[in-house]
Design a protein. Structure first.
Length: 155
């Protein structure tokens, strides 16, 4: 069955939003985009919480656990930016144990946003690599790569 013109899946809509964002800001760096959008960012010790997005009135703030490793911190920034863009009027905590919960649609959408933002579309350049190796190149969890790339590309 062919695709109906003008009808997109949620993943396709997220990809379109991210593509526009990258073009507008000329970067894939979530920290730079967050600053350009005027979203506040606070790095502090959040215990077992990776990060969360908060909206109070018209003020948008992303909180990031300063204990996270740098590579993972970039992923969490992209994930929380996803909440700010896709779910702007909601407040979300990103707990270490529920960030990859595939049954949570809101978290999956934020993960899809992060994968589209952080990872280039040209997966052919990674055909000789394992999933684990590509995850290490991008400093993202393997689950994020699985959202972005068809799994058969990895050796």
């Amino acid at each position: 069955m062919g695709k109906i013109k003008g009808i997109y899946t949620k993943d396709e809509l997220i990809k379109k939003q991210v593509t526009k964002l990258i073009k507008k800001h000329k970067t894939r760096d979530p920290l730079e985009i967050i600053k350009n959008l005027g979203i506040g960012i606070i790095f502090h010790d959040l215990g077992n919480i990776n990060g969360f997005y908060q909206k109070a009135g018209k003020i948008k703030i992303i909180h990031i656990n300063n204990k996270l490793k740098e590579g993972f911190k970039t992923y969490v920034l992209a994930h929380e930016l996803g909440h700010a863009i896709l779910h702007p009027n909601e407040n979300y905590l990103c707990l270490a144990n529920n960030i990859f919960d595939k049954t949570n649609i809101i978290e999956t959408e934020a993960n899809t946003f992060a994968s589209e933002l952080l990872i280039d579309d040209d997966y052919t350049q990674y055909s000789d690599y394992t999933l684990n190796q590509v995850a290490a190149i991008y400093n993202v969890p393997e689950y994020i790569l699985k959202l972005k790339f068809p799994k058969e590309i990895f050796s």
